[in-house]
Design a protein around this ligand. Structure first.
Ligand SMILES: C[S@@+](CC[C@H](N)C(=O)[O-])C[C@H]1O[C@@H](n2cnc3c(N)ncnc32)[C@H](O)[C@@H]1O
Length: 248
């Protein structure tokens, strides 16, 4: 039975199928969580998609999709300039760090523009930066006339102190963006998130869960999951996906 509660920090809390889901701002919700979390696996808004303030303020559909047309609503929190993105990232990562078990893994998606500030923020938040894995979107990715196809996104990863996990995981993941269905304007394929979740131990936290793909992967692997999403629409999508999983 899913139970929904209104919280004082203007967020909602729902438990569904072994997952704790929060609709609210990650900066307001994270301080209320106890943890300890075994891993943070997340795909934050990149605040990317252009060189100028005007570029960044465009709708997320116009920034990140080829045609600018999408049947999925825009998502929120994607208009920061690079300096504020760095500060904001260090803030939420530090809140995660304080709630993680020693040895826990953090894996954060980034595009090429935000890669340098994401690695800075991870270290500023107290994590040991250990590397960058690559998501190869394969041939379906956005072409670039005269240049190189925008075929990859990156997974900046590290740990809270010495890394506790003992598996050997690949550093390159080849998965088409729409493999396994699409539930969010820039949702990640479930197979990709499943590979990342498989590398992690313990309770998984995703402070920017969108349509809940990390959570679906975690629940299918029998792992506990906590997710946060600011958009009411995508929070609802995540909750419905997890309910459907429970009723399979
Ligand atoms: C890139 S999407 C995540 C997509 C997800 N990986 C999926 O497969 O559906 C990032 C999400 O973070 C949400 N978001 C933006 N700012 C936020 C904030 N301050 N707190 C919580 N969620 C936020 C956006 O609404 C968006 O849905």
């Amino acid at each position: 039975m899913a139970t929904r509660k209104k919280l004082l920090n203007n967020s909602d809390h729902l438990t569904v199928g072994g997952a704790d889901l929060y609709r609210g701002d990650a900066l307001a919700v994270l301080p209320t969580l106890a943890g300890p979390f075994g891993a943070v696996i997340t795909d934050p808004p990149y605040s990317s998609g252009g060189q100028s303030k005007g570029d960044r303020a465009r709708s997320t559909g116009a920034k990140y999709l080829n045609s600018g047309q999408t049947k999925y609503p825009d998502f929120l929190g994607d208009t920061k300039d690079q300096r504020s993105y760095l500060h904001w990232s260090a803030l939420w990562m530090a809140l995660c760090h304080a709630r993680m078990a020693d040895g826990g893994l953090i894996a954060v998606f980034s595009d090429w523009r935000q890669l340098p500030v994401t690695t800075d923020a991870l270290q500023a938040a107290g994590f040991i930066w250990r590397g960058i894995a690559v998501w190869d979107k394969t041939g379906g990715a956005r072409p670039y006339k005269g240049g190189f196809r925008s075929q990859c996104e990156y997974i900046v990863w590290g740990s809270k102190g010495s890394l506790a996990g003992d598996r050997y995981n690949p550093g390159l993941f080849r998965v088409p963006p729409t493999a396994g269905g699409k539930f969010h304007q820039v949702g990640k394929p479930e197979a990709l998130m499943a590979d990342l979740v498989a590398a992690a131990d313990g309770h998984i936290l995703d402070p920017f869960m969108g349509s809940g793909t990390t959570g679906i992967a975690a629940l299918k692997q029998g792992k506990r999951f906590t997710g946060i999403e600011i958009s009411g629409h995508y929070f609802g999508v995540a909750a419905e996906r997890m309910k459907a999983l429970r009723h399979r």
